[in-house]
Design a binder for this molecule. Structure first.
Ligand SMILES: O=C(O)c1cc(=O)[nH]c(=O)n1[C@@H]1O[C@H](COP(=O)(O)O)[C@@H](O)[C@H]1O
Length: 286
């Protein structure tokens, strides 16, 4: 078992210091152009490393979106490995946004790639899809427990076209999204104290009640981490985080990507600091 601080402990520390911002690393072609960088693996690496440096000690974590590296093939993966190494060196927790899902044995191999200590792509947590059954995550949950890593299960995502599937009613009457939240809540590791190592993804652009998700409940113990994309470019306002997430806001990670990265490298550290303070204040207010 790894003796290093677990993802849930590090997240707990960040949240206690009111650091709720998750800075997305999404090297879109247009953003690379804004930064004066080439649309290639070296450009994506440069952006990623600058984001890590600017987020260190200010944001709760960073979230590289693998698609923007994968489009450059093996060079993109090598670039991402160096971004991840920088984050480890700077002590910045990383959620690898890989949205993996598969039958159990294949899924366990994905978890090994992204979460096993010493793997070239080692991150602290990864995004996963459990549409092949929550049980397909069992191998990953074991790895998470053994090595103090984290998972974020897609529940109600920010994109409007997901509504039909995620609001669909199961035979037990719950929505698919609600069942993902319940299953994540049940997946607590004995090692987790304040924050669970298995969280969910809930879009900030949604009315969660429409998905049968109750935001009026008191925080779970340990608290359920919620990765919340949809702020900034997709329209949700970070100032409204408390109103949107209610009791689910205690362990909220508010993600912004394009709205922070747009406008070039200049001023990035200031934008990150300001957004981080803003969301910290929004969630601290009663
Ligand atoms: O899992 C995610 O991160 C995710 C889930 C979701 O429901 N919606 C969503 O936008 N995302 C990701 O969050 C990021 C949002 O980027 P911006 O819209 O530029 O802030 C992208 O990397 C998306 O892939």
């Amino acid at each position: 078992m790894s003796v290093a601080a677990s993802f849930s402990d590090r997240l707990g520390e960040a949240l206690a210091a009111r650091r709720h911002l998750c800075v997305g690393i999404d090297p879109h072609r247009g953003l690379l152009a804004d930064w004066g960088l080439a649309d290639d693996a070296a450009g994506a690496e440069r952006m990623g490393r600058e984001v890590v440096a600017a987020a260190a000690g200010v944001a709760a974590c960073v979230k590289p979106q693998i698609a923007f590296f994968e489009r450059f093939g093996s060079a993109g993966y090598a670039a991402l490995e160096r971004v991840l190494a920088d984050a480890r060196g700077a002590g910045v927790p990383v959620i690898a946004d890989v949205k993996r899902g598969d039958i159990g044995t294949s899924f366990a191999a994905y978890a090994e790639a992204w979460l096993a200590p010493g793997s070239p792509l080692e991150a602290d947590a990864m995004t996963v899809a459990a549409y092949q059954g929550f049980g397909s995550l069992a191998g990953a949950c074991e790895l998470v427990r053994e090595h103090g890593k984290g998972l974020f299960v897609l529940a109600a995502t920010s994109n409007p076209e997901a509504r039909e599937v995620q609001r669909a009613q199961r035979s037990d009457g719950r929505s698919v999204a609600r069942a993902m939240v319940d299953d994540a809540l049940a997946c607590v590791s004995p090692r987790d104290t304040h924050v669970s190592s298995v969280g969910v993804v809930l879009g900030a652009t949604l009315r969660l009640e429409d998905f049968g998700i109750d935001t009026g409940l008191p925080p779970a113990r340990p608290a359920l981490p919620v990765l919340a994309p949809g702020f900034g470019h997709q329209g949700a306002r970070i100032e409204d985080a408390r109103e949107i997430f209610g009791g689910l806001g205690w362990a909220l990670l508010a993600n912004e990507s394009r709205s922070l990265l747009g406008g070039g490298a200049e001023g990035l550290a200031t934008r990150i600091r300001e957004r981080s303070e803003l969301v910290g204040e929004a969630l601290a207010s009663p």
